[in-house]
Write a protein that binds this ligand. Structure first.
Ligand code: IMP
Ligand code: MG
Length: 473
């Protein structure tokens, strides 16, 4: 005899409670909840969670929904359904004619007729939602809503246990569960370099989503004939990143697609990391194929000692002018800032303070997060701080440092860098004082090193970096 709906709900809830109360990893709990909800509701189900900017909802766990539907685009928390900002369940009886559906064509293509969204409430605020997508017209009863609400509460319990064990209860105000989702995501990377890249992002606490969106590029009649799915999306930076670790021939094709994408979606920010850039990025942290390379001598001098002195003088003049009525605290970032800082302060004519900050770099051997290895000794609260860096590359170090300083309520916060490699930027950090812009090549000298070498060169140059073994694909 078939179970009544009520008994079925009861049974599924009882099972889900047991799973959430067990010691399996949180992602298995969430997977199980999505699956059980889908089975009982005879629908597709997705657990969507709020990103750290609290503006987007990201499909994290789903069941019974096609990939193209999950990759349809990022859900805007205010445009989509609305159960999250409301903190209340929302019912869409007819998806075809409802303005609360953000991607109506995709819903139609997936055959979705009715929808129910129930917010996931954690410590009093909505952090996501359990969404039920039905392929037939569904009059959701109070009983159905109560069941999905119970499941949403179990999602919150599963999430709550991971967030509290990670932060040891330190953060009562949970703004977003996203950063703690790292361990939850069941991501299968297509390429090991993508995992490496994800690890670097995790280290700097940069939230990422793997392949969340496919952009249709070409359409014939009703059929999409060409698509592009960037590898990563970084919600905090609102940036898509595509890694190309493949042969040059395929890169050309990818480049064409990317150009196409930029034309069709001008609001989408996307960056391409070429194999070479990517290897250099990894080598910076001692990994990848370039890690075993050695530098021999200098290939080319970029800026002579005199050119540097002239430029430093100009930057110092500008700072002296801008800080005529405020005493700045110049905060150097270890260790490349050394020469620059020493020359800079001697050219600044207003009274100032100097301190420095040490931070740890990504180390592939452990999965710790970025750490302050030497904090500021002077108090920065209420001070006019200028962060002094040697070079801004991806910008992720500076972005981390600025976040760290903002928490301490400085009176103002400015940035000064000797070199700016703008082409490699990932994090969009504001730069107030810049010495020189540099090309996309590794540079040394005047404080900058390659594996601790060359810091004492009086000029800035491109070193000759040779692979130890010439074998590299
Ligand atoms: P970002 O976080 O990628 O901006 O990295 C910035 C840091 O990486 C700098 O402060 C440098 O310590 C180091 N770095 C980046 N590019 C170079 C380079 O070309 N030569 C030496 N160090 C570099
Ligand atoms: Mg540095």
């Amino acid at each position: 005899m078939p179970l009544t709906k009520e008994k079925e709900y009861y049974k599924a809830t009882r099972r889900a409670v047991a799973i959430v109360n067990s010691s399996v990893p949180a992602k298995e709990k969430l997977d199980a909840i999505a699956r059980a909800t889908a089975r009982c509701m005879e629908s597709g189900v997705s657990i969507v969670l709020l990103d750290s900017t609290k503006t987007k909802l990201i499909h994290n766990f789903s069941w019974g929904l096609p990939k193209f539907f999950l990759r349809k685009g990022l859900l805007d928390v205010h445009k989509s359904l609305g159960e999250v900002p409301l903190g209340q369940p929302v019912i869409v009886p007819d998806a075809g004619s409802d303005s609360r559906i953000q991607f109506p064509e995709m819903a139609a293509k997936a055959g979705i007729v009715s929808m129910l969204g129930v917010p996931v409430m954690l410590h009093g605020s909505a952090v996501g939602s359990v969404r039920v997508y039905s392929r037939k017209h569904f009059e959701y009863t109070n009983q159905d809503i109560a069941f999905v609400t119970a499941m949403a509460n179990l999602v919150a319990l599963a999430l709550g246990s991971t967030t509290s064990s990670q932060t040891e209860g330190a953060t009562k105000d949970i703004k977003s569960v996203a950063p703690s989702l790292r361990q939850l995501r069941s991501v299968t990377f297509a390429h090991p370099s993508e995992r490496d890249f994800a690890n670097i992002l995790d280290f700097y606490d940069i939230e990422w989503v793997y392949e969340p969106r496919s952009f249709p590029l070409k359409q014939e009649d009703d059929k999409i004939t060409e698509m592009f799915t960037p590898d990563f999306y970084l919600p905090g930076l609102d940036l898509y990143v595509e890694l190309t670790t493949m042969k040059q021939g395929l890169v050309t094709r990818k480049n064409r697609k990317l150009r196409h994408l930029r034309e069709m979606y001008p609001d989408v920010k996307i960056t391409l990391l070429y194999k070479n850039d990517y290897d250099k990025l990894l080598a910076k942290y001692g990994g990848g194929p370039l890690a075993q390379t050695r530098a021999h001598g200098i290939k080319r001098v970029l800026f002579s000692a005199t050119e540097i002195a002239d430029r430093v003088q100009l930057v110092a003049q500008q700072i002296s002018k801008d800080y005529a009525s405020r005493r700045p605290l110049l905060l150097g970032v270890q260790r490349g800032f050394l020469c620059f800082m020493a020359d800079l302060i001697r050219c600044i004519t207003v009274p100032l303070d100097v301190d420095f900050l040490g931070i740890s770099y990504y180390d592939r051997s452990d999965d710790a997060a970025v750490k302050i290895t030497k904090d500021v000794d002077l108090s920065v609260t209420g001070r006019h701080v200028i962060v002094v860096e040697d070079i801004i590359d991806t910008g992720i170090t500076l972005s981390y440092i600025l976040g760290h300083l903002k928490e301490r309520h400085t009176a103002s916060l400015a940035t000064c860098t000797l070199l700016d490699r703008r082409v490699r930027r990932l994090a969009d950090v504001p730069l107030d004082y810049v010495g020189f812009e540099v090309p996309d090549e590794f540079v040394v000298g005047y404080g900058l090193d390659y594996k601790e070498e060359y810091r004492n060169l009086p000029f800035i140059a491109i070193p000759v970096i040779r692979k130890q073994r010439a074998k590299e694909k």
